[in-house]
Design a protein around this ligand. Structure first.
Ligand code: ATP
Ligand code: MG
Length: 694
């Protein structure tokens, strides 16, 4: 049999805290590589699970595997997403404390797959009753539906989630899943009207066109050819080899039924989806005065029927803008460019609001209304975009990276806090850990009156000459001296070479990112002309009447800007997460070509940095590498000492004390807490482990 020593050589350590050279990034990556080669995609940093996307199906998600991890101690089995799932579940059950599992990583790293594995684990292993089976089915079926409407093929991932998702799973006092609730964040609406080369619009459009029944397509006025639709041709990528739109349509259709959509609701939903496609195909021409007019009424006819609105009113709203001057309403004609922009804004608004409606509808079907609600506990799953740095970074990356700063804040607070709490609970002298607190960056972005978001909002509200460039100038005036903020004008010569004149750079905790200000004001305003809103409020489509509320028209207060809405939703998210006990899954993408077996070291080093893994390990190792409850420690190693074998009769700490003294542990190598032994260096533990083998 292979000795523990050579096995460690071959497959590395299963917990990074056991790395001798724990400050070395090279050693960290080498350990990942060894394990990846052996198809061991999971490794811990203490309780944090690091996962490397294998890009192939590994036989590790069977029912047998689930059983193997059920009720077993975290450390007795090899690292697995099921171990993390089970550990959270058991903590929830035994400590009666709400849990959350935070999954992060860049696009294509495997976050959504991980969250599905967790959900499947609970669906299979948790107790069930008839009523619970329905809930389990609905929980599972919410995925294909949300993915159809919220995921798309991008250059990085064929099934990329274009929204952030937080999902609560509620369990009753018996530990059976009885309900759920989903919160969605910042859907990338711009994709509805534009896709980069090699990318697609949201899956649902292609599913409907490829898979929709003949008579459905006829009713919707759709052709069975995605290339026919302006909103689907921009990326020149109608088909993707890894995706079967037709069978996906069948699955989504079934899922909608399981979730509780009536036939009518599905029809109304598809009316909206097809309307967006018709909107995109609208033909504009200009009259002599340069005003836009609609040259063919084909689309208007469909739209009028599908949305249940008057064709004349819609036509006017798509080519004019209502302005109120001196108390009088005037219709001012739009030019072609403005009319197309208004049309695109409508498409984005309709799709975005329908998506939110869909999430609410799913929530309605997952809602747990039982009397005993108060006794339920919750496990939350967060599947949200990781840190993004592209060649060109815009408003979306700004929001996403701000979100990651907030999550890092939470991580710092919760990990360091729990580390501290553990030392205190165990009566061990607290050793403060040095770390970078990124609160200063969060403040730079979100502080009232003087943070970047406030300044952006101010420019959005300011009438007159406000533009993306004046926004940049305001930033220079207001936060120019902030240590984490730079612009071309303010930079030293070296940095200036790396920056454009229309960019500002934020020095994020994970690295520096340049943001181009072009489009910031428009995206933040996210405006939809009033008369288009009015038309939508008149729609007879039952879903749209819920999406466009008439009250919005009479409300004098301006709606919050996109960034401010995002900021408040993040604040709420932080509150939710703070009240729970967290577990972390950090996902890593091994290469950019979606290939199995390729370990691209440069790319991985990048992610190890952005995920803050080295810092994480350092914090975890600042005190003790290893800690274990006395009974577990004794159980494992009692055979190594005649006094503790076969059973120790006395008090547990005394047993452990006797054992480690017999093994020759020096006083500086360990400390005895109230219920656990803390071991400072991995080598001490390895020696003990190796002794077991011989
Ligand atoms: P995005 O941020 O773009 O949504 P993501 O992190 O959610 O990305 P996933 O969609 O979960 O990424 O994973 C991308 C692809 O990688 C999957 O479609 C699947 O092909 C593969 N993959 C991810 N995790 C695993 C796994 N554990 N086993 C096998 N394949 C996987
Ligand atoms: Mg995803």
């Amino acid at each position: 049999m292979e000795s523990a020593l050579t096995a460690r050589d071959r497959v590395g350590v299963q917990d990074f805290v056991l790395l001798e050279n724990y400050t070395s990034e090279a050693a960290f990556i080498e350990n990942l590589r060894k394990r990846f080669k052996e198809n061991l995609i999971y490794t811990y940093i203490s309780s944090v699970l690091v996962s490397v996307n294998p890009y192939k199906d590994l036989e590790i998600y069977t029912k047998n595997h689930m059983e193997r991890y059920r009720g077993v101690n975290f450390y007795e089995v090899s690292p697995h997403i099921y171990a993390t799932s089970d550990n959270s579940y058991r903590s929830m059950r035994t400590e009666r404390r709400d849990q959350c599992i935070l999954i992060s990583g860049e696009s294509g790293a495997g976050k959504t797959e991980a969250s599905k594995k967790i959900l499947q684990y609970y669906a299979v292993t948790c107790p069930a009753s008839d009523q619970v089976q329905t809930v389990k089915d609905r929980l599972l079926q919410s995925n294909p539906v949300l993915e159809a409407f919220g995921n798309a093929k991008t250059l990085r991932n064929d099934n990329s989630s274009r929204f952030g998702k937080y999902m609560d799973i509620q369990f009753d006092f018996k530990g059976a899943p009885v309900g759920g609730h989903i919160i969605n964040y910042l859907l990338e609406k711009s994709r509805v009207v534009h896709q980069n080369h090699g990318e697609r619009n949201f899956h649902i459009f292609y599913q409907l066109i490829e898979g929709g029944e003949e008579d459905l397509l006829r009713r919707l006025g759709l052709e069975r050819n995605p290339q026919h639709y302006q909103y689907l041709v921009k990326g020149n990528c109608p088909k993707v080899s890894s995706i079967n739109d037709r069978s996906d349509w069948k699955q989504v259709r079934k899922a909608l039924t399981v979730i509780g959509f009536s036939e009518d609701e599905v029809e109304e939903l598809m009316n909206i989806i097809s309307s967006v496609l018709h909107l995109g195909n609208m033909q504009y021409g200009g009259d002599d005065g340069g005003s836009a007019c609609i040259t063919s009424d084909t689309q208007i006819k469909y739209l009028s029927r599908l949305l249940g609105v008057s064709g004349t009113v819609l036509t006017e709203a798509l080519t004019h803008r209502k302005i109120i001057a001196k108390g009088e309403e005037l219709m001012s004609p739009l030019n072609i460019e403005q009319a197309s922009a208004a049309r695109d804004a409508l498409s984005k608004a309709v799709y975005g609001r329908t998506f939110t409606w869909l999430v609410n509808k799913i929530n309605g079907s997952l809602a747990y209304t039982d009397e005993s609600y108060k006794n339920s506990s919750v496990i939350g799953l967060l599947d949200i975009y990781g840190f993004e740095v592209f060649q060109y970074n815009s408003f979306e990356q700004f929001c996403i990276n701000y979100c990651n700063e907030k999550l890092q804040q939470l991580f710092i607070e919760l990990t360091l806090k729990s580390e501290q709490e553990e030392y205190e609970a165990e009566g061990i002298t607290w050793e403060p850990v040095q770390y970078f607190n990124n609160k200063i960056i969060c403040d730079l972005v979100e502080e009232k009156f003087k943070g970047i978001i406030s300044i952006l909002d101010e420019e959005c509200l300011r009438p007159g000459d406000a533009s993306d460039i004046t926004f940049l100038e305001k930033l220079e005036d207001t936060v120019g001296s902030h240590p984490h903020f730079v612009t071309h004008k303010l930079a030293d010569t070296k940095t200036r070479k790396l920056m454009g004149r229309e960019e500002f750079r934020l020095l994020h905790y994970a690295g520096d990112v340049n943001y181009n200000v072009n489009g910031f004001l428009d995206k933040n305003n996210d405006l939809l002309y009033r008369n288009l809103k009015e038309v939508m409020c008149m729609s007879e489509n039952k879903i749209l009447t819920q999406c466009f509320d008439r009250e919005e028209l009479t409300d004098k207060k301006r709606p919050d800007t996109a960034a401010t809405q995002f900021k408040s939703s993040l604040a709420k998210l932080m509150e939710i997460l703070m009240s729970k006990e967290p577990s972390y899954v950090r996902c890593i993408k091994p290469n950019d070509s979606k290939q199995a077996g390729r370990f691209d070291e440069v790319l991985i080093r990048h992610q190890v940095k952005y995920l803050g893994l080295m810092e994480n390990l350092r914090v975890r190792r600042a005190g003790f590498a290893y800690r274990r409850r006395y009974e577990i420690f004794l159980q494992r190693y009692k055979s190594l000492c005649p006094d503790t074998w076969p059973n120790w009769q006395g008090k547990l700490p005394e047993g452990v004390s006797t054992l480690v003294k017999h093994l020759g542990y020096k006083p500086e190598e360990y400390k005895m807490g109230r219920s656990k032994i803390f071991i400072r260096f991995p080598k001490t533990l390895f020696a003990t482990e190796d002794a077991l083998e011989t």
